[in-house]
Design a protein around this ligand. Structure first.
Ligand code: HEC
Ligand code: HEC
Ligand code: HEC
Ligand code: HEC
Ligand code: HEC
Ligand code: HEC
Ligand code: HEC
Ligand code: HEC
Ligand code: HEC
Ligand code: HEC
Length: 310
């Protein structure tokens, strides 16, 4: 599933990069006053920047933003340092006048995001929803999670690895993943970003969807997807989360309730007037009928039995 998502990166095409280079050039030209290069400024190239910023040059070299990668993917329009920092001739000639170069910490979150997105939004499904994500809406931007110069992960230029990166702002999630029954996110068996797209999605809660447009869970729990000859209706009509907590729970199988029968009887009680069959009368006579899934084992659906027996 990782591989599938990774494939989206390659859709960052030559054409989109070339276009972005042009766009960025124009943008920075108009950013004459204040924090930006002078309108007359031109590109000088990374080698010139390097003469005064050896350290920053090194921290970009070898990353996907190094000059060679940008040139390879973007052709002549990519300008290494200056694709992000804007044309730097005036800055260089002035011996380092900081008002003549784009400094990211001085940009608003939205302005910084815009510079990154000029390359990363076009052609990449992963990022097309960023501007309407709850992250962007709450002033969480690219640089809240990424750092081109000071990354701390070997991949994705993250300022901190998951899940610590996310826990920094989402402490309730940290508590969830410490519960006795949980997805092993802290053990790196799966990651937050397997279920969520931090760059936003079309759906609710920044949740990824499955290839089949179903919910994200069946990406891994394929056998729950069906279709089955005998579907258990709520598995199809409600979400998996109607019975399970997605992060973690104090209940086995990450169920929302402590005993299975309480879960089932929410819908299958004799008094419920919903058209859903109640439990047959012989069910409530003995203790053994409390463990519903002892008998109704194929609770997510079955190809063999309408009552979900084995
Ligand atoms: C002649 C030397 C020189 C050259 C060439 C030069 N700079 Fe600078 N740059 C400086 C100096 C000096 C500062 C101010 C440093 C400070 O205040 O700590 C500076 C500051 C900056 C800053 C702001 C740093 C901060 O801490 O906010 C950025 C970004 C920057 N330069 C990028 C570039 C880029 C990109 C290039 C190439 C287009 C470049 N510089 C070329 C000397 C140079
Ligand atoms: C992908 C966009 C991008 C590229 C390419 C890039 N920078 Fe930066 N630069 C940033 C951002 C963002 C910051 C703010 C610090 C951070 O988040 O890493 C920054 C910060 C800086 C600073 C301030 C000191 C610091 O480390 O925070 C200097 C100086 C600088 N860059 C110079 C350069 C030079 C020289 C190059 C080319 C070798 C370059 N940058 C390439 C985005 C970029
Ligand atoms: C809330 C944190 C967060 C924010 C905000 C964020 N990212 Fe990411 N980004 C991540 C994480 C985590 C990954 C690794 C995802 C994975 O494992 O698939 C990632 C991966 C990426 C990748 C590589 C993977 C891919 O499929 O494209 C790019 C490029 C990227 N981010 C760019 C951006 C840009 C540009 C922005 C701002 C518009 C941004 N990110 C905002 C957390 C974030
Ligand atoms: C000139 C276009 C351009 C700009 C502007 C740009 N990037 Fe990138 N970025 C790229 C390219 C090209 C790659 C490599 C993609 C690939 O390997 O397919 C990349 C890769 C990445 C990755 C993935 C790294 C990995 O290990 O896979 C992240 C994260 C990222 N960029 C974040 C940012 C952020 C944050 C900004 C804004 C500060 C930014 N980019 C600005 C072109 C750009
Ligand atoms: C800099 C702080 C920050 C970081 C880092 C961060 N988030 Fe967020 N996140 C927020 C804020 C603020 C919101 C919007 C308010 C809210 O719903 O909590 C949000 C919203 C979300 C939502 C949507 C919640 C909803 O109710 O719609 C999800 C899911 C989420 N973040 C997941 C992640 C993941 C996964 C990571 C790590 C890759 C991450 N966040 C990193 C601050 C952050
Ligand atoms: C197994 C998939 C999965 C993983 C892994 C996962 N989440 Fe979630 N997360 C969900 C689902 C599903 C929801 C929606 C729950 C609902 O609507 O009842 C959700 C909801 C959220 C919310 C919204 C608030 C809430 O509790 O409803 C935040 C914030 C969040 N997750 C953050 C994270 C962070 C941070 C991580 C990693 C530490 C993470 N998630 C890992 C599936 C996952
Ligand atoms: C990235 C793959 C992945 C995704 C997506 C995923 N899971 Fe899981 N899930 C696992 C793995 C792996 C385990 C086994 C965990 C272990 O052994 O610690 C597991 C375990 C479980 C269990 C507990 C099984 C047991 O025997 O106790 C339940 C229940 C569960 N997942 C439900 C869900 C739900 C609901 C979703 C969607 C919100 C979901 N999963 C999404 C990988 C995933
Ligand atoms: C109607 C309630 C309900 C719904 C909806 C539901 N489950 Fe379950 N699920 C259960 C119950 C009850 C168990 C415990 C079965 C047992 O104890 O044998 C369970 C167990 C599991 C297990 C662990 C045991 C196993 O069979 O592998 C996984 C994984 C799981 N569910 C995933 C999912 C996924 C994924 C979805 C959504 C496609 C989903 N569940 C929807 C009730 C439900
Ligand atoms: C969210 C409501 C809901 C929950 C919770 C739920 N079910 Fe169901 N169940 C249904 C619906 C709706 C049907 C389909 C009824 C029909 O076919 O008309 C159904 C069908 C069944 C059937 C087949 C009945 C038949 O006559 O074909 C069995 C057996 C069953 N459920 C057992 C369980 C068990 C055991 C649990 C607890 C693990 C459970 N259900 C939890 C809603 C629920
Ligand atoms: C000891 C095994 C066993 C246990 C435990 C058990 N059932 Fe059943 N269940 C059956 C049998 C046998 C039938 C009848 C199948 C038939 O009519 O052929 C049945 C039928 C059902 C039906 C279908 C009723 C109808 O009219 O279509 C529902 C709903 C149901 N059970 C729910 C539950 C619930 C909820 C629990 C837990 C409180 C539970 N069962 C526990 C064996 C069991």
């Amino acid at each position: 599933m990782k591989l599938l998502r990774r494939a989206a990166i390659s859709t960052l095409t030559l054409a989109s990069l070339a276009w972005a280079g042009t766009l960025l050039g124009e943008k920075s030209q108009s950013q004459a006053a204040g924090n930006g290069p002078a309108s007359s400024s031109a590109y000088v190239g990374a080698d010139t920047c390097k003469t005064c910023h050896e350290e920053e040059f090194k921290s970009i070299h070898g990353t996907p933003h190094s000059e060679s990668v940008l040139k390879l993917k973007g052709g002549g329009e990519a300008h290494s340092c200056e694709t992000c920092h804007g044309p730097g001739a005036a800055h260089a000639e002035s011996g380092g006048d900081v008002s003549k170069i784009i400094r990211f910490p001085k940009l608003s979150t939205a302005e910084a995001d815009k510079r990154c997105l000029s390359c990363h939004q076009s052609g990449s499904l992963e990022h097309i929803n960023f501007e309407r994500s709850s992250h962007a809406k709450n002033d969480v931007g690219c640089l809240s999670c990424h750092s081109p110069h000071h990354a701390n992960t070997p991949q994705f230029l993250l300022s901190k690895a998951q899940p610590g990166l996310c826990y920094g702002c989402h402490s309730p999630a940290k508590a969830d993943f410490s519960k006795p029954f949980r997805h092993r996110v802290d053990q790196h068996l799966i990651e937050c970003s397997d279920c969520h797209n931090p760059h936003g999605t079309f759906g609710d809660k920044q949740l990824r969807s499955a290839r089949t447009q179903q919910q994200v869970c069946v990406n891994c729990h394929v056998e729950k997807q069906g279709p089955f000859a005998f579907e258990h209706v709520p598995v199809k009509t409600e979400r998996c989360e109607s019975c399970h907590t997605p992060h973690g729970s104090t209940n086995p199988r990450m169920l929302r309730v402590s005993q299975v029968n309480l879960l089932c009887l929410q819908c299958h009680s004799a008094i419920a007037n919903s058209g859903i069959p109640g439990t047959p009368s012989f069910h409530n006579q003995a203790q053994k009928y409390q463990a519903c899934t002892m008998c109704h084992t194929q609770i997510h659906g079955s190809n063999f039995n309408e009552f979900f027996f084995k």
